[in-house]
Design a binder for this molecule. Sequence first.
Ligand SMILES: [Fe+2]
Ligand SMILES: [Fe+2]
Length: 321
Amino acid sequence: MASRLRYCADLRQRLLTAIRATASAASRCPAGGSRTAEAASPDASGCGSSWASGRPFIVDGAPRLAGLAPRSDWLRNMAAKASPLAARIAAEWREDARMEHASIAAFARFTLDLLAFGAPAELVELAQRAALDEVEHARLCFGLAARYSGVETGPAPLPAADLRLAGSLWDAATSAFEEGCIGETLAALFAESALARARDPEVVLALQQIAEQEGRHAELAWRFVGWSLARLGPDLRYELERRLALAQQTSAAARGEPDRESPGNRAVLHAAGRLSAADKRRLTDAGLRDIVARCVAQLTPPAAVAGPALTSADDSGTRST
Ligand SMILES: [Fe+2]
Ligand SMILES: [Fe+2]
């Protein structure tokens, strides 16, 4: 038990360190700069990244979101805040809120997958806790949308009757890799980068919580993938490498696309915790390269149990077994 606890703390610390280092390095790149990628195709939220705010709820191969409804039970109450870009900022926080809300469903399904494949109790507990985290993330984001718009909204009913559980441990592991190891690692990276630039105190408080918890959700996904790898063997690792390569190809496809945000707008957005499309493309590229790829490279069954080494600075620590 003691070694497992050391492993958990070790992996968490390595992930958080890597996420913060990558967010810091990416923030030092000039906007629209060429050292890192300008990446993926626009998504439904218009953020310009194919990766969204956290674990997506995928049904029939597509992310599913609830619509919006006028209601006040899904938001944290916050005082109104004026901004020259208030409408846009509110709309973007509202889209984040819909994605956070969908993550609740994603973790509910993940919990059922864990139970179906006999996963350890600790992973089931962490998945349940993660779902509760996502409830709070949705409330925070709906609250920030109302802070900037003055309009209280929440989620409409989320259609879920047609969702399917994973048909095999292989399917569950590959989904967890894409939705958690990639999706939540990038979500933590986005939140950490936005936090470093935010000036609105309510935004700072929200992003502190979201960044820390998304990092834990990513950690959970890596642990489940490591557990699956020990059962499925190296073919799973080859499949993860293939999927990572596809993600990196997508990220690189739009490399060099200019940053169309004006410096003035960018500063206003950053103060309100919003990243530009170019910010997200740059972070996606850096996160895939500097965090996800390094984890996958060391994700053999023994290393997965020990936790991936993410940065040379972290590698001096004793790896527990
Ligand atoms: Fe979240
Ligand atoms: Fe999450």
